[in-house]
Design a protein around this ligand. Structure first.
Ligand SMILES: NC(=O)c1ccc[n+]([C@@H]2O[C@H](COP(=O)([O-])OP(=O)(O)OC[C@H]3O[C@@H](n4cnc5c(N)ncnc54)[C@H](OP(=O)(O)O)[C@@H]3O)[C@@H](O)[C@H]2O)c1
Length: 285
């Protein structure tokens, strides 16, 4: 049986990777920068490690042969970290985005894309067997995007309301990763995982309203208003422009919907209304 190290196991997707590996009875440990803050069941082994300090990786990697990697660390650390991982592991499954999918939403230049491409190249050149899980827009972005406004009242103001995406349930992304982590035959494969439905941002907000049992009023915001008003929500002007560019490029055609999840797992991807129902409490005041 493979011995897996999960890097990013305290995050949105990695948390589901951890619980699904446990359900599968897989042998794995989790790396975290602060194991004391990680809230896993006691049976799960958590080891301290940091991608920006590659000497901390040896203990985490000791005795493992397979790695699940989420990269949100500074890009400058990538060369050393991937080289250190490749000294121990024979296989790696990397969470990335559909960078090769020829849909305008996925083809806008931006800094996140540059980082992901760079890490993909480092992994390809590392000598490890690799699998790339190319996830579409996470359904969970809804919590960051619209959670504060939905919890705060009945009106949601947002830019590019007609822009469609195919929100992807983090549990499905994790399920695809777990197949590649635990089963043979996935070396050199790239799986594009999206939700099953193209939905405009307005449709997604209304789906959330139905899930919480409230009729929401949805108002278009201009890109300039978004740049100033959404800074506290989205964090950085670069990130806001990245989203605005992608949404504007996406308008006028349906979002890209992949069938690869079903081919890989035999299951249907979860629809956004299910994600909304399962997370409704987090949108209630
Ligand atoms: N959001 C989307 O729509 C979307 C779509 C496609 C792809 N993606 C990609 O998905 C990734 C984000 O996934 P996510 O939302 O699951 O991540 P997340 O919730 O932000 O979690 C990040 C994880 O990385 C760990 N981490 C951060 N800095 C670290 C470091 N220096 N060393 C070791 N671990 C570190 C954190 O662990 P600790 O803090 O516990 O150490 C945490 O477990 C990004 O690469 C993004 O580009 C996102």
């Amino acid at each position: 049986m493979r011995r897996i190290l999960v890097i990013g196991g305290t995050g949105n997707v990695g948390g589901h990777v951890v619980s699904q590996l446990a359900e599968r009875g897989a042998r794995f440990r989790v790396m975290a920068r602060n194991p004391d803050a990680a809230s896993f069941p006691p049976a799960i082994e958590v080891v301290r490690g940091d991608l920006t300090a590659d000497d901390t990786l040896d203990e985490c990697l000791h005795g493992t042969d397979t790695v699940f990697l989420v990269w949100v660390a500074p890009p400058a650390a990538a060369d050393d970290a991937i080289a250190r991982i490749a000294k121990h592991a024979r296989r790696i499954v990397f969470l990335t985005a559909p960078l090769k999918t020829p849909h305008p939403f996925f083809q806008q230049p931006n800094p996140s894309r540059d980082v992901a491409e760079r890490i993909e190249r480092l992994i390809e050149d590392s000598g490890m067997e690799w699998t790339f899980v190319r996830a579409g827009m996470f359904a969970g972005n809804a919590l960051h995007f619209w959670g504060p406004q939905i919890r705060g009242g009945g009106t949601v103001r947002w830019p590019c309301l007609n822009a469609p995406t195919a929100p992807t349930d983090e549990r499905d992304i994790a399920a695809a990763a777990c197949v590649a982590l635990c089963e043979d035959g996935h070396a050199g494969k790239e799986y594009v995982v999206t939700g099953p439905q193209s939905l405009s941002q307005a449709e997604q907000i209304h789906a959330l309203g139905r899930a919480v049992g409230r009729s929401l009023c949805v108002e278009e915001m201009s890109p300039d208003q978004a740049r100033s008003e959404l800074l506290p929500v989205l964090g950085s002007p670069v990130f806001i422009d990245m989203l605005l560019n992608a949404w504007r490029a996406a308008m006028g055609q349906p979002a890209f919907v992949s069938t690869e999840f079903t081919g890989l797992t035999g299951a249907s991807p979860r629809p956004f209304r299910q994600w909304a129902a399962d997370h409704a409490e987090e949108f209630r005041a």
